[in-house]
Design a protein around this ligand. Structure first.
Ligand SMILES: [Zn+2]
Length: 589
């Protein structure tokens, strides 16, 4: 460089990731992400807001509060001096900048923290400003977005800063009660009291690529434990693997991702005040009428898919139950991710149980079905051995069931219908699954689904294995692909217990009545989705088309039903099993 050092400093900067010398304007054009190594440089709050919101849409909220030095705190400098210095160097009044704006046309309230201002620390003023922003979101009925960057609570304000964790959290709780989406975007670094409150108790937690988040900082943990920390400890990818965040997002994708989530949350709102649709009364009747266990032929001859299911394929009516079991397990059979690609649009996957794991055997997230936003949750198997192993053969861990639970509850809060796709041999029967409370995890999902105040539509797409299947299948309508199976135990397992040996699995399969026609007759399943000849794996595209038609035909009537009535009818649906038929009908009134 021939330029003087001071001049060069302004025009060039050195990347902290790869040490490349970068032309500043080029770096800014690239959203302050190093074009050489992808290192995400820290952003101040004004620049962050500029990158996120629609141009001209930002209205800043007041940022001046009465001066607060509640403890008359002095370390080597009096606290007011530190505040003045931070204000002078950043041009900000405090460590957070708040406003309302639109993102991709979707309105939201935003609070963006600035790490340059006393380490983004959470003091009374910061807590107050974020709380007011949350209250503004509640008044305006818009989602709240929090962009965090903080070392934690502000020491200079003592226990009063600790209290801000509760103050902001209760404002977030009010938004949760009101069904308004809250999103936190973790940026580097987010630690301590901020991490342990509003950075992670929002509906959704996005981590910017490379960001680190944790309760205790790495230096403290190293001191306390005396151990070296694993590579990538507390980084965004580490957090994703350990179920702490919904997704890791590159800075250039952040705006679009937020816009998509805001659009989904907004779409869910009208579900609470339904617009009149054609023939709502008839739909109610049909839903209520579907409750008693009537054979499909008696169910007003209704065939929403408009196909001739019984005529398709090699006489499926007489296909042997054991053949059906083998078809349901066929490695080429479409998986949940296949259907998310072929039946739905715009899938945004959400990860993690927020407790420590992200189970690969369950996938879930927000997607669109014929333009309507829905929450889709399903078991994921795979087509190759490597896929199957990576997905634990579709056998969910407790973390998987808890992820599903989190997404079901989120859907209900936002007024989004839930569609589940069931394809599992059963819940994970491993040691760690037991240690982590597999039984209770399944139990909680079943209970929650019985009272979830939003439409739930379940489809048994492959194997409906026992409690692991039911954990996703307590629904208003339960559909089943023609060659799927749904059973209390695998035929092999049943044969091993009740027959002399496992070779009796084919007999057990017949005895268990696990095929779609059998279960329709028993009232466990409401409708069969016909598969193309000879089965779904032969023509995945046609299978997807039929599934999509069946989903729409069953979901649209549910959207008209008030949530309280949905829950009542769902309870009736699951109240009648095993009761004498006449009693069941009386109970359904
Ligand atoms: Zn770099």
């Amino acid at each position: 460089m021939t330029a003087p050092a001071g001049h060069a400093e302004q025009l060039w900067s050195r990347c902290a990731g790869c040490a490349s010398l970068l032309y500043r304007k080029r770096l800014r054009r690239n959203l302050d992400v190093c074009p050489e190594c992808g290192e995400h440089t820290r952003l101040g709050a004004p620049e962050r807001l500029r990158q996120l919101v629609d141009p001209g849409s930002l209205r800043l909220l007041p940022d001046r509060l009465p001066e607060a030095d509640p403890l008359d705190f002095v370390d080597v400098l009096p606290y007011p001096h530190r505040l003045s210095a931070a204000r002078a160097s950043t041009g900000l009044a405090e460590a957070v900048l708040c406003g309302t704006a639109t993102i991709g046309g979707q309105p939201a309230a935003l609070a963006v923290m600035d790490f340059r201002f006393l380490g983004g620390s959470l003091g009374c003023a910061v807590g107050e400003l974020i709380t007011r922003t949350a209250e503004r979101a509640l008044d305006d009925r818009v989602p709240l977005i929090l962009v965090t960057a903080s070392g934690g609570a502000r020491m200079q304000e003592g226990a009063l800063s600790l209290m801000q964790m509760a103050t902001v959290s209760q404002a977030i709780a009010a938004l949760r009660e009101a069904g308004l989406l809250t999103v936190s975007v973790l940026t580097d670094p987010t630690y301590g009291g901020v991490a342990a409150s509003f950075a992670t108790n929002t509906d959704l937690v996005l981590a910017e690529s490379g960001a680190r988040m944790g309760f205790a900082g790495p230096r403290v943990i190293r001191q306390v434990t005396g151990r070296a920390l694993p590579e990538g400890f507390q980084t965004a990818d580490f957090l994703l693997r350990h179920g702490q965040v919904d997704m890791v997002v590159q800075r250039r994708s952040l705006r679009g991702r937020l816009a998509a989530l805001l659009a989904a949350a907004r779409a869910g709102r009208p579900a609470r005040a339904p617009v009149p649709r054609q023939e709502p009364a008839r739909h109610h009747e049909r839903l209520a009428g579907a409750a008693p266990p009537v054979p499909p032929a008696e169910a007003d001859g209704h065939r929403p898919v408009g196909e001739r299911p019984a005529d398709d394929g090699p006489t499926p009516a007489v296909r042997d139950a054991w053949d059906t079991v083998r078809t349901a397990r066929h490695p080429g059979r479409p998986t949940t991710l296949d259907y998310l690609d072929s039946v739905f649009d715009g899938f945004v996957e959400l990860h993690g149980d927020r407790l420590g794991g992200d189970c690969p055997a369950i996938v879930g997230g927000i997607a669109r079905l014929a333009g309507r936003h829905v929450m889709v949750i399903g078991h994921q198997k795979g087509h190759t051995t490597a896929d199957l192993v990576a997905r634990n053969f579709g056998m969910a861990s407790p973390a998987g069931h808890r992820k599903a639970l989190r997404l079901m509850r989120l859907a209900a809060r936002l007024g989004l219908p839930v569609v589940t796709l069931v394809d599992t041999p059963g819940a994970d029967p491993g040691i760690s699954a037991e240690e982590q409370g597999q039984a209770a995890a399944i139990a909680e999902n079943i209970l929650t689904l019985t009272v979830l105040p939003t439409p739930v539509l379940a489809v048994i797409t492959g194997e409906g294995g026992s409690g692991g299947a039911l954990a996703l299948a307590v629904a208003d309508r339960v559909l089943m692909l023609q060659h799927a199976v749904y059973s209390v135990i695998s035929p092999e397992g049943c044969a091993a217990i009740l027959w002399p040996d496992r070779s009796a699995a084919p007999q057990a399969a017949r005895a268990l009545r696990l095929t779609a026609p059998d279960l329709c007759r028993l009232g466990v399943v409401d409708e069969i989705v016909p598969e193309p000849a000879t089965a779904a794996h032969d023509d995945p595209a046609e299978t997807a088309r039929r599934l999509r038609a069946a989903l729409l035909a069953n979901l649209l009537p549910l959207l008209d039903v008030p949530p309280a009535m949905l829950v009542r009818l769902r309870r009736q649906r699951f109240r009648r099993f095993g009761a004498p038929r006449a009693g069941a009908r009386a109970g359904a009134r």
